[in-house]
Design a binder for this molecule. Structure first.
Ligand SMILES: C[S@@+](CC[C@H](N)C(=O)[O-])C[C@H]1O[C@@H](n2cnc3c(N)ncnc32)[C@H](O)[C@@H]1O
Length: 272
């Protein structure tokens, strides 16, 4: 089953709107507001706008709110944030890890609609899967397999228990796998793959991961899509890897809801 591509907003040329910060023209600002609305709805957009105008606690938007609702509905625990020092990651990557904080549920479904692929052609891999929230969300699509890669043993425990209790009438992929270990050592599947990264680590580790992806693609050409949520810190590294070309840069009024996606230079789509 294809996920039909959401084409309601076609101002999607790579880099069409640049800089999430402040110096964009009125047109670009309005586009960001419209995109935020399309992705998060009226309530979240109003709170984000109010907070920009009046930076007060009252207007702070809690991004994890919809994840708490998801947890309550499914009897899982994916919403509580875990600071880097409490992740218990060891080895060279430890100092580059960022906190565990989950992807907003609504945004994930939005991104999936936006990239509009036939999931049955792909394995889905969440790099830095934390407590497994995105694995559970991705299992709502008919992927060949959903894989989570996580370096924190504590979070892997939580992810396993979440996977064990999760039930949903909308689940379409039952083939879920967890790889406990560093993303830079993960044996990449030789299938067409959607890689999902929600700001899992700093540029040094990302660079190593992308070098490995390049090597793997040269050795075994295939289609790869890379979706990056909260990409601001990652742009310079992503730009250094010409094997990936940006398809869309979806900037909104909040870096929390900004994401982009790339495909590999030899991407063929369904033309096989
Ligand atoms: C921002 S959280 C994202 C969680 C999940 N992907 C989501 O979107 O809900 C980043 C995760 O990356 C993990 N991580 C950090 N460095 C890692 C590494 N080198 N290898 C694998 N996972 C890592 C962290 O432990 C954390 O769980």
């Amino acid at each position: 089953m294809n996920v039909p591509r959401d084409q309601s907003d076609n101002s999607n040329e790579p880099g069409a709107i640049s800089g999430v910060g402040g110096d964009a023209g009125l047109g670009a600002k309005l586009t960001r507001v419209r995109r935020t609305y399309g992705m998060c709805g009226a309530r979240v957009t109003s709170k984000l706008l109010l907070h920009r105008l009046l930076p007060s606690e009252r207007f702070l938007h809690d991004r994890v709110q919809d994840v708490r609702a998801f947890d309550a509905e499914h009897g899982v625990e994916t919403s509580a944030i875990v600071l880097p020092a409490a992740l218990g990651i060891t080895g060279a990557s430890a100092e580059h890890a960022v906190e565990y904080s989950p992807t907003a549920v609504k945004s994930f479904y939005f991104m999936m609609r936006r990239i509009g692929i036939d999931p049955s052609r792909y394995v889905f891999v969440d790099i830095g899967c934390g407590k497994g929230l995105v694995m559970l969300l991705a299992s709502d699509f008919r992927f060949q397999k959903v894989v989570g890669v996580e370096a924190s043993a504590q979070l892997c425990e939580v992810a396993r228990s979440n996977m064990a209790v999760y039930e949903s009438p909308s689940q379409q992929c039952m083939n879920l796998e967890l790889y406990e270990g560093d993303a830079t050592a993960f044996p990449m599947p030789e299938n067409n793959t959607v890689y999902y990264l929600c700001n899992p680590f700093g540029p040094v580790v990302l660079d190593t991961f992308l070098d490995r992806l390049e090597e793997s693609l040269s050795a075994c050409p295939r289609d790869v899509l890379l979706v990056y949520d909260y990409p601001e810190p990652a742009y310079p590294v992503l730009d250094r890897h010409p094997i990936l070309r940006q398809v869309e840069n979806y900037e909104t009024i909040s870096p929390d809801y900004t994401w982009c996606y790339y495909e590999n230079a030899t991407f063929r789509g369904t033309a096989e």
